[in-house]
Design a protein around this ligand. Sequence first.
Ligand code: SAM
Length: 276
Amino acid sequence: MAGILYLVATPIGNLEDITFRAVRILQECDLIACEDTRQTRKLLDRYGIGKPVVSYHEHNEAARAQEIAGKLLAGESVALVSDAGTPLVADPGYRLVRAALDQGLVVVAVPGPSAAVTALAASGLPTDTFRFGGFLPAKAGQRARLLESLRDDAATLVFYEAPHRILETLADVARLMPGRPVVVARELTKIHEEYLRGTAEEIRGILAARPAVKGEITLLIGKSEAPPAEGTSIEEAVAAAVATGLTRMEAIKAVARRRGLSKRDVYRRIPSTTRP
Ligand code: SAM
């Protein structure tokens, strides 16, 4: 009989945040596939689990996925874990799940912590609809374009961000989404856990006053409440988008998306002298 692929969620800081079932699966499986074997060993040692481990990370994913699928077919049960939280959520695992499903194997998720949902729950921002955007692009232009494209999304936006980029990103949010409620959730479940709530400008001010911003960060942005201003003409909307740093073509696309128009419609409705 073929083995089962278990996707086991592990703590995002506090090692107590693991379910009884997760511990049992890790004790009972034949092999544990993990991103960083040294990191996972700390967790396994804490719970007295001595199972063999194999590395599975973004650089060996393709080859390892096939290898592990072969073991599953041969009858071994494999537990996939990531360094923290839920595997596949901004973490490796997708190729392995695909490879297993393509072979007709059984895949079982063993739920537990994820920084995105943990941060969302205590953020104080609406939770009815949220959009998880994973890691924001590191390049300033790409990041600004992404934020601009999500400006009018009626969902709470949730991103992972590196501590050395958070000030830059908050400046982008302040510029592109002024006045929106923002939450920076830092070091969740750890000793220095903190939630900073305010506008991007306010939180940026608090963090900039510190000698350094450290730790793991989840950034949340409250949803857009305002429909496009009735009185704003297409031309004015395009000009306003250009003023945020977009090219004219990007601005036309953004306005078209926000107003439910085609790019062609927006293009036609701006003076020919200002067309790209
Ligand atoms: N799979 C994980 C999950 O389910 O949350 C996320 C893995 S991703 C590679 C790591 C990023 O998640 C970090 O860079 C940070 O943005 C966020 N993160 C992880 N742990 C966190 C924590 N304790 N507090 C705040 N954010 C955290």
